[in-house]
Design a protein around this ligand. Structure first.
Ligand SMILES: [Zn+2]
Length: 374
């Protein structure tokens, strides 16, 4: 069970009992004052503390600072109001808190931050294993192979033996929590030998519609139906090989995109994505936890976001003291509230401050001032 301390705040308490948190075993401790939060933290060594900056008796800032010094492993998320002054920003970075969120936020936004801090799995990122075999005349021969890219069209793999073009392969894909494996056959179309291993590209033979759709959900997108909206998790590379056509008819009403697993986008992928957003007949959509490759494109091509709103996104951060690089999840509202200033965050390695490793005006180019309105 994860011990969590939270300020007595009805919105936060509601979020912690909402859908995304239901799969986490939480031992919840409610603190009415900052002093209580510190006292509880000394008894339960919490995994995470979610604190209102403005708490009675002892402020959230001071409580955060004391909790971080008593239990350095506790992740502290500080909740601030809609406008942040320079003085507040300074206080935030002095507390050593791990994340900042601006209220009001949704249960999803809170979950994304907590899940990331605690290393919990993201929804729609269930693990799968791929077992490759070479198809021989007299049956299959299992091979070792490390899959570096898997899509509905084919696979890229590193194998510790020479394999020639034309070799026929069978892949067995087992997904966590799904008893029925996916079986696919394909053929090596290119092979590159070097250093005792071979990198191969294989294309799949015609997939039946069911297999194709199961593979698409594993490698390209997944749908999670939630109470009042659909959550669409986009995965992997977006290139000319990507196709979201199967997704379009499934999207109705409100849609949240989770873009944390987008690993790469090329210019043809940009085109595919924009045309998908135009075709999708959805009322309104939000983009959550956008990956760095997605934001790098959106920063120069506003249509990547379309009529949607970026709620949160990853940004490359750098620690000058110890050379540590990490992608950090930022909430758009927090950046906007601070006047486009990306927050300084403590380095998990050395505790010094980490800063955005890009030019803020460029990286944050996708944030439109009108997002301040709501
Ligand atoms: Zn550092």
């Amino acid at each position: 069970m994860l011990a969590v301390i939270v300020s007595q705040n009805s919105a936060l308490l509601r979020h912690l009992s909402a859908t995304p948190f239901r799969r986490v075993d939480i031992d919840l401790h409610i603190a009415a004052t900052g002093e209580e939060a510190v006292a509880i933290s000394q008894q339960v060594s919490p995994a995470v503390a979610i604190l209102d900056a403005e708490m009675p008796v002892l402020s959230g800032y001071e409580a955060a600072r004391r909790i971080k010094s008593d239990c350095p492993d506790c992740r502290v998320v500080l909740i601030l109001g809609k406008r942040i002054s320079g003085e507040q920003l300074r206080q935030v970075s002095e507390t050593g808190c791990d994340e900042v969120l601006i209220a009001p936020m949704s249960a999803d936004e809170l979950y994304d931050v907590v899940a990331l801090q605690l290393g919990l799995p993201r929804r729609g990122s269930e693990a799968f294993t791929v077992t490759p075999a070479v198809i021989m005349n007299d049956g299959d021969r299992a091979i070792d192979g490390q899959v570096t890219n898997l899509s509905v069209d084919g696979v890229r793999m590193v194998v510790p033996e020479p394999l020639s073009e034309g070799t026929r392969l069978r892949l067995t894909i087992r997904q966590e929590g799904d008893a029925r494996p996916i079986e696919i056959t394909g053929q090596v179309v290119w092979a590159q030998e070097g250093d005792g291993e071979t990198t191969i590209g294989a294309s799949f033979e015609d997939l039946d519609p069911e297999t194709r759709s199961r593979l698409a959900r594993l490698t390209q997108w997944d749908l999670l139906q939630e109470a009042d909206r659909i959550r669409v998790v986009i995965k992997g590379d977006i290139t000319e090989a990507s196709s979201f056509d199967d997704l379009v008819p499934l999207l109705v009403g409100r849609v949240d995109f989770d873009l944390s697993q987008v690993s790469y986008i090329n210019s043809l992928g940009v085109r595919e994505w924009i045309s998908f957003l135009r075709k999708a007949n959805i009322q309104g959509y939000e983009m959550h936890a956008c990956s760095v490759p997605f934001i790098l494109q959106a920063a120069v091509i506003p249509s990547m976001v379309g009529r949607g709103t970026v709620v949160s996104f990853f940004a490359p951060y750098y620690c000058e003291s110890c050379d540590h690089h990490a992608d950090r999840l930022l909430q758009s509202a927090a950046v906007l509230a601070a006047g486009y200033q990306p927050p300084m965050l403590p380095c998990p390695e050395c505790g010094e401050s980490m800063e955005l490793d890009d030019i803020p005006e460029r990286y944050l180019g996708f944030l439109q001032p009108d997002e301040l309105a709501d």
